[in-house]
Write a protein that binds this ligand. Structure first.
Ligand code: G3P
Ligand code: CA
Length: 239
């Protein structure tokens, strides 16, 4: 069965990458959550999408220039709705600790595309192992150099991409990753089948419209990554 992974949590209904968005994904019956991680000035792993805090909090500045203590003062909920005032930017360890009691797929995206964050690969894998979550976690990144560095670890890896690649399952094998995470315009139904036949998982993002959900469910992909896990469950039930 094609799995449903909630993109940044249930980010269509709750403020993205917050504990309330992850809780809502669990309540809605998602099979997993996707989340983004960056490194603060004092080397703490925090869960937020952008390189800076401006869009999704009441603060300003790049995460790499802020300490965790500064980040922890910010309101990450009000920008979405006043109903979520006081939501915090989680530390990765908050999500991992929550996940121990709520087992589901945890797709952790290393957001080291525009900013390098030296050593982020080791810090993330140490945290995953500290909580014993190796079997639940998929690490993904658009930074394929980073994925290559991670390929010696016993944690599932997946390559994110938005270009149209030739035979991406061969490239996945070269990188040492077991999954493709394409933007949905970078893949087609035949390619899903070829990748699956080659033993490579395919999790497609960001699938929000019912017609696209139906198409990818029918294509037999491993998972869809969606902002609307509750709606996706209803659609999957009908397909
Ligand atoms: O992991 C899929 C998706 O999250 C990648 O794009 O920009 O939403 O992090 P973005
Ligand atoms: Ca992401």
């Amino acid at each position: 069965m094609c799995r449903i992974i909630a993109h940044r949590g249930s980010s269509g209904t709750h403020p993205e990458n917050t504990m309330s968005a992850f809780e809502e994904a669990r309540r809605a019956g998602a099979d997993g959550i996707e989340l983004d991680v960056h490194l603060t000035k004092d080397q703490k792993l925090v869960v937020i999408h952008d390189e800076w805090v401006n869009r999704t909090t009441n603060g300003q500045g790049y995460i790499q220039d802020l300490t965790f203590n500064e980040i922890n003062q910010l309101d990450a909920g009000s920008w979405f709705s006043e109903a979520f005032q006081g939501e915090k930017i989680p530390e990765l360890s908050d999500v991992l600790s929550w996940s121990v009691n709520h087992p589901m797929i945890l797709n952790i995206e290393l957001k080291n595309i525009f900013i390098d964050y030296p050593g982020i690969e080791k810090l993330v894998t140490q945290e995953v192992k500290r909580f014993g979550l190796e079997d639940q976690v998929i690490l993904s990144s658009f930074n394929h150099v980073s994925l290559k560095k991670l390929s010696q670890q016993d944690i599932k890896l997946a390559m994110l991409y938005t270009a149209k690649l030739v035979d991406p399952w061969l490239y996945a094998e070269y990188l040492g990753v077991s999954g493709l995470h394409p933007g949905m315009h970078s893949i087609d139904v035949q390619m899903v089948k070829k990748a699956k036949d080659a033993g490579v998982d395919v999790r497609i993002y960001t699938v929000n419209e019912e017609k696209d959900m139906v198409r990818w469910f029918k294509a037999g992909c491993t998972a869809i990554i969606t902002d609307f896990p509750e709606k996706a469950r209803q659609v999957r039930y009908k397909v």
